[in-house]
Design a protein around this ligand. Structure first.
Ligand SMILES: Cc1ncc(COP(=O)(O)O)c(C=O)c1O
Length: 389
C-alpha cells in the first residue's frame, strides 16, 4: 500500500490552512487550483502493470486520494481511507476483527452502528458488551481475554455523553485491545482522538465534514501501517469506496469546516441556553452547559461543544408538537449540515434500537434532537419558541 504522506510542511501549518491546502496542490497538467473530479473507472497503462500510480478506481482514484490526504492531515493521521458511507467505514474497520473476538462499545451509539453490531456482526461470531463508557471502571469491568476493540462514540448520538478518550485508550491498550472513536459529532476541529492516544478514528462525512447535506460518505484514519494496509485491502475487496464526485464534494466542504464549526458551536450554545430556560423543556443535553455531567471533561478534551443539542419534552405528544410545529428547522434524519435539522431519535435515527433498550438509555419518546445550523440564531430560536408554545 502506498504510504499516505502527512503533507510535509503543510502539517506544521494551522488547521484551517491545512483544510484548504493539504493534498490539494494545483493540478500539474493544467494548473487547475481545484482538485478535478477524476470521473474514470480505469487508467491507461503503457505496458502490462506499468501505470502512473492508478490502475482501477475501486483500488485508488486521484480525487479520493486528495480527499484522504486532506482528512489524514486534519485528524493528525498517517493514513486515511474514504468510504461510500459512515457505515461502510464502520463495517470495513470491524473486519480488523476475527470470529470469537469481543468488543466493548459505548451503549448509546448511533442506531445504525448498534444495528450493524447486533443484527449483522454477531451472526459472524463477534460478541459485544454495550456499556456506559463515560464510566472508565465500566470499561475495565467489561474487558475480557477476548476483547480486541473498545468502540467509543464521544459525544454520543443522541444523548451527548462524553467519554474520557485518553483514559479509555489506556485501558484498551493495557489489555491488548485497540481503541476506536467515532468522532462524527465533534469533528476534527474540536477533537482529534488520535492525538489523545486512540488507534482509529471514524467519521460519517455525511455530517459536518461535507456539511451541506448533499453527499453520503465516511472515513477511517489511523497511524498503524499494517492495520491501514489491511483496511485498504478489505476496502478494495468489498468495494465500499467513496465515488470521485462525492470525494470532490467532501473536499470542497472540508475547506470551510473550521469556519462552519465555529458558527455551529456559537449557535449551539445559544440554542442550548435558550432551551435550558424554556418552561416547555424538562432537560437539555449539551456538553457546553455547566449542568452536563461531563462538562469539565468536555472542556478539557474538546476545543468546542458543537451544534448538536437534545432535549426532553416529557411525552410523545409534546415532542410531536415541536417536530411538526417548526417552520425553519427541517424535520429529517441526519445532522451537521448548514441548515438546522430536527429529529425524533426514538422513531428515526434510533428506531433500530429495541424500545426497552432505548428507554433504559434515556432515549425516550419525548426526546428531540436538533442539529443547529448556521442560520441567524435569532431565527432558529424564534422558530423553536413558536413550536414549543
Ligand atoms: C455518529 C454517527 N456515526 C456514524 C453514522 C453513519 O454514517 P452514514 O449515515 O454516513 O453511514 C452516523 C449517521 O447518522 C452517525 O450519526
Amino acid at each position: 500500500m502506498a504510504r499516505i504522506k502527512r503533507g510535509g510542511h503543510q502539517q506544521s501549518m494551522k488547521f484551517a490552512t491545512r483544510a484548504i491546502h493539504a493534498g490539494q496542490e494545483p493540478e500539474p497538467a493544467t494548473g487547475a487550483i481545484t482538485v478535478p473530479i477524476y470521473q474514470t473507472s480505469t487508467f491507461a497503462q503503457s505496458a502490462p502493470g506499468v501505470h502512473k500510480g492508478y490502475d482501477y478506481s475501486r483500488t485508488d482514484n486521484p480525487t479520493r486520494t486528495a480527499l484522504q490526504t486532506a482528512l489524514a492531515s486534519l485528524e493528525s493521521a498517517e493514513y486515511c481511507l474514504a468510504f461510500s458511507s459512515g457505515m461502510g467505514a464502520a463495517t470495513t474497520a470491524m473486519l480488523l476483527l476475527k470470529r470469537g473476538d469481543h468488543v466493548v462499545s459505548s451503549r448509546d451509539v448511533y442506531g445504525g452502528t448498534y444495528r450493524l453490531f447486533r443484527a449483522v456482526l454477531e451472526s459472524f461470531g463477534l460478541t459485544f458488551s454495550f456499556i456506559e463508557t463515560s464510566n472508565i471502571r465500566e470499561i475495565e469491568r467489561a474487558m475480557t481475554r477476548r476483547t480486541r476493540l473498545v468502540w467509543i462514540e464521544s459525544p454520543t448520538n443522541p444523548l451527548l455523553r462524553i467519554t474520557d478518550i485518553r483514559l479509555a485508550a489506556n485501558v484498551a491498550h493495557r489489555r491488548g485491545a485497540l481503541c476506536l472513536v467515532d468522532n462524527t459529532f465533534a469533528s476534527p476541529v474540536f477533537q482529534r482522538p488520535l492525538e489523545l492516544g486512540v488507534d482509529l478514528v471514524l467519521h460519517s462525512t455525511t455530517k459536518y465534514l461535507n456539511g451541506h447535506s448533499d453527499s453520503v460518505g465516511g472515513f477511517v484514519a489511523l497511524n498503524d501501517e499494517a492495520d491501514a494496509e489491511w483496511i485498504k485491502f478489505v476496502q478494495n475487496s468489498i468495494g465500499a469506496i467513496l465515488s470521485p464526485f462525492d470525494s470532490f464534494l467532501v473536499l470542497r466542504g472540508t475547506k470551510t469546516l473550521a469556519v462552519r464549526m465555529e458558527a455551529h458551536d456559537k449557535n449551539g450554545r445559544v440554542v442550548a441556553n435558550f432551551l435550558a430556560e424554556h418552561p416547555g423543556v424538562q432537560k437539555v443535553y449539551y456538553p457546553g452547559l455547566t449542568s452536563h455531567p461531563q462538562h469539565e471533561l468536555a472542556k478539557k478534551q474538546q476545543s468546542g461543544f458543537g451544534g448538536m443539542v437534545s432535549f426532553e419534552t416529557g411525552s410523545l405528544e409534546n415532542a410531536k408538537q415541536v417536530l411538526e410545529g417548526v417552520k425553519l428547522c427541517t424535520l429529517g434524519e441526519s445532522l451537521g449540515g448548514v441548515e438546522s435539522l430536527i429529529s425524533h431519535p426514538a422513531t428515526m435515527t434510533h428506531a433500530s434500537v429495541p424500545a426497552e433498550t432505548r428507554n433504559k438509555l434515556g432515549i425516550t419518546d419525548g426526546l428531540v434532537r436538533i442539529s443547529v445550523g448556521i442560520e441567524d440564531v435569532e431565527d432558529i430560536i424564534e422558530d423553536l419558541d413558536q413550536a414549543l408554545r
